[in-house]
Design a binder for this molecule. Structure first.
Ligand SMILES: [Zn+2]
Length: 382
C-alpha cells in the first residue's frame, strides 16, 4: 500500500480541465516548464489534470462521425478531442498526475450507451497510455453509469492495466444517482480494483458523502463543494469532529440571532442586535448547523472570525463576519477570494480529521458522530 499512501498524503489541486488549455498550447509549450511552475504552485500541492471539471460539469459526449473523440465545449467553441489530442495538452501541462480521457456518461444514461462508454473508455485509456510522456502518473477513469455490472466490468478493464497506472478515478459520480445507487456503484468498482493503488472519486460534494466514500475505500476527492458554498455566499462552519475545540460554537452561531442563545456579551454584540434593528433582512436565514449565510443581516455587526482557530487567509488575520458580509453586499471580489480560502481550508481540515481518525482506528466512531449530528440537526433537536 506504500504507493497508495503516498497519494493519500497529498493535497490535490485540480487544474482547469485540459480542454480549456487546448487553445493555450503555444503558451504552455513556450513556457517550457511543468504546469506547477507555470501556475507558481507550492510543493505541498499536487497538480492533477482531469477532463472533468467539477466546477463546470458537462459530460463529454460523442457525436455521429466522431466516435473516437469526445465532443467538448472550450472557450473557443465546440471541439472534438481525441485521446492523442488530449495527451498533447497533458504533455505540455506536465501535471503531477492526470486522469485519462474517458467517455463520461451520467447516471441516467441508457444501458446501451453505458456499455459503449465502458468499451470506449478502455480503448481510450490504452491510447492515452501509449501517448503519455515518460514518468507521468496516470489514473484510469472508471465509468459505468448507475449500472453495478457495468461499473464492475469497467473496473476489471482498468485493473488489467494496473502496472501502468498510479491509481483509478471513480468517474461519472454526482450526476443524479441516488445514495443507494452510488453505494452500489462504489462497491462494484472497489471490489474489482487492486488495493495498492490510489482511488480518486470525482463529483462527490457534501461532507457526509465524503465520509460514505472514505468508508467504502476512497482515498482522494475532486470536489466542488467549497466552490459551490462560496458562490452561494456561505462559509462552512460545521464542527470538524468530536474533538474540535470549536465544537458547539458553529451550531449555536450558525442559526443566527433568533436561535443563537447564550446571551453573553459576545452574542449581544452581534447577530441579535443586527436583526432586531429593523434592517429589513430579518427573513434571511443566517445559516444552519453547517454553514453561515454571510448575506444575512444577522452578521452585520458580528466581530467574530468565520470559525475560531481556523488558519485560513480570512480567519487567521482576523477578518470578521461583519467584514465578509459587507464585502459580499458590496459585490467586492475580495469576498469570494476570502470565502473560498476559508471554505477550501475548512474542508481540508475536515478530511485531515478523518485521516487522523482512520490512523487511530476510530473512523467508524468519527463517521457515526457526524451522522448523529446531522440527524439531530435535521430533526431540529440540539
Ligand atoms: Zn477560515
Amino acid at each position: 500500500l506504500r504507493k497508495r499512501r503516498r497519494w493519500c498524503r497529498c493535497r490535490l489541486l485540480t487544474a482547469p480541465s485540459p480542454f480549456r488549455s487546448l487553445d493555450q498550447l503555444p503558451a504552455l509549450r513556450a513556457h517550457g516548464g511543468p504546469g506547477r511552475a507555470f501556475l507558481g504552485l507550492p510543493p505541498a500541492l499536487a497538480l492533477v489534470a482531469s477532463a472533468r471539471d467539477p466546477c463546470a460539469y458537462a459530460y463529454s459526449a460523442t457525436r455521429r462521425g466522431a466516435a473516437d473523440a469526445a465532443a467538448v465545449e472550450t472557450p473557443a467553441g465546440a471541439r472534438h478531442v481525441t485521446p492523442e489530442g488530449y495527451m498533447e495538452v497533458i504533455r505540455a501541462l506536465a501535471p503531477d498526475a492526470y486522469v485519462a480521457l474517458s467517455d463520461e456518461v451520467p447516471a441516467s444514461a441508457r444501458a446501451d450507451r453505458v456499455r459503449r462508454a465502458v468499451d470506449r473508455s478502455a480503448e481510450w485509456l490504452d491510447r492515452c497510455l501509449a501517448a503519455a510522456p515518460a514518468g507521468a502518473a496516470a489514473f484510469a477513469a472508471v465509468q459505468g453509469g448507475a449500472a453495478p455490472a457495468e461499473r464492475a466490468r469497467a473496473a476489471r478493464a482498468a485493473a488489467a492495466r494496473a502496472p501502468a497506472l498510479a491509481g483509478f478515478a471513480l468517474a461519472g459520480l454526482g450526476t443524479g444517482e441516488s445514495r443507494a445507487e452510488r453505494a452500489a456503484a462504489l462497491a462494484a468498482m472497489l471490489g474489482e480494483l487492486p488495493r495498492g493503488k490510489a482511488r480518486l472519486a470525482q463529483g462527490l460534494g457534501a461532507p457526509d458523502e465524503l465520509l460514505d466514500a472514505v468508508a467504502a475505500g476512497v482515498d482522494l476527492f475532486d470536489d466542488a463543494y467549497a466552490v459551490d458554498a462560496t458562490e452561494g455566499g456561505y462559509a462552512l462552519s460545521f464542527p470538524l469532529g468530536p474533538d474540535d475545540p470549536a465544537n458547539g460554537e458553529a451550531t449555536s452561531s450558525g442559526l443566527g440571532a433568533t436561535k443563537s442563545g447564550g446571551g453573553g456579551a459576545e452574542d449581544g454584540a452581534n447577530g441579535t442586535a443586527a436583526v432586531a434593528d429593523g434592517s429589513g433582512e430579518e427573513d434571511v436565514v443566517a445559516g444552519d448547523d453547517s454553514k453561515l449565510n454571510l448575506r444575512a443581516g444577522a452578521h452585520r455587526l458580528d466581530a467574530r472570525p468565520l470559525v475560531a482557530g481556523c488558519p485560513c487567509a480570512a480567519c487567521a488575520p482576523g477578518h470578521s463576519r461583519a467584514y465578509l458580509h459587507h464585502l459580499l453586499l458590496a459585490h467586492e471580489m475580495t469576498a469570494e477570494v476570502l470565502l473560498e480560502a476559508h471554505n477550501a481550508t475548512h474542508l481540508a481540515r475536515f478530511l485531515a480529521a478523518a485521516r487522523a481518525a482512520v490512523r487511530a482506528g476510530r473512523f467508524g466512531a468519527f463517521r457515526a458522530w457526524h451522522a448523529a449530528r446531522r440527524r439531530r440537526a435535521m430533526s431540529g433537536v440540539r
